[in-house]
Design a binder for this molecule. Structure first.
Ligand SMILES: [Zn+2]
Length: 222
């Protein structure tokens, strides 16, 4: 297994969309099938093996049993989660924003991995906006069902990474099998894109997982 949360230099110069990301990754990682998603902030997780060649499904999570598959999610503040099985070839990538988390997308992904026979599931939670910067309204707090942080001015923030970790733990993934990067994308725009800081101009941070070995700039997991 090889997983990495890439830093922004990888995607500078491309538009950050799924088609250009797949094309660029195809050049960097030859010999592998690259899967990117048309991300819609849903709770939907798909199997790569069910897709047509070059299909870009409307979904926010993807699972594959094929070691030649490289699964990619694109984020700019949302939480990237990479998961894999230690006891069989099985990898997954999830794009988890507040809407996806409220719909239980991380728990859905783990449930689908277990249905395929995985027992020893491990996961990495990547750089995303932290509770230092993720100010939200009441609807997000209520949708996540998480305890907010209340600032002195009365504004509220939530911890999306912790919400993702909670779903992993509630799904039976051991705390010792979860690696969490606590870098905030909005505090570290020298290394990552942040939608909150850069708005529509923000590029996308790529997170990838596959069964082969390759090297890209970023934070390796596993
Ligand atoms: Zn921050």
């Amino acid at each position: 297994m090889r997983g990495v949360f890439c830093t922004k230099e990888l995607t500078i110069g491309i538009d950050g969309g799924p088609v250009s990301a797949r094309s660029m990754l195809g050049d960097l990682i030859p010999g592998c099938d690259i899967f990117c998603l048309d991300q819609i902030h849903s709770g939907r997780v798909v199997f790569a093996e069910d897709l047509a060649p070059l299909e870009t499904p409307r979904a926010d999570g993807i699972i594959s049993r094929d070691p030649d598959a490289v699964l990619c999610v694109r984020t700019a503040d949302c939480v990237p989660v990479l998961a894999w099985a230690g006891d069989m070839p099985l990898n997954a990538a999830v794009h988890a924003g507040w809407r996806g988390l409220a719909q239980g997308i991380v728990a859905t992904c783990i449930r689908m991995m277990r249905a395929l026979g995985a027992r020893d599931i491990r996961a990495g939670i990547g750089p995303s906006i932290g509770p230092c910067c993720y100010e939200v309204g009441r609807e997000v707090v209520e949708a996540l069902g998480a305890e907010p942080f209340v600032r002195v001015d009365g504004s509220q923030t939530v911890d999306l990474r912790e919400a993702a970790r909670s779903q992993l733990l509630d799904s039976g993934v051991s705390g010792s099998a979860i690696e969490m990067h606590d870098l905030c994308t909005a505090c570290n725009t020298d290394r990552f894109f942040s939608y909150r800081r850069q708005g529509q101009q923000a590029g996308r941070n790529l997170s990838l997982i596959g069964g082969k070995s390759w090297s890209l700039p970023g934070l390796p997991v596993g």
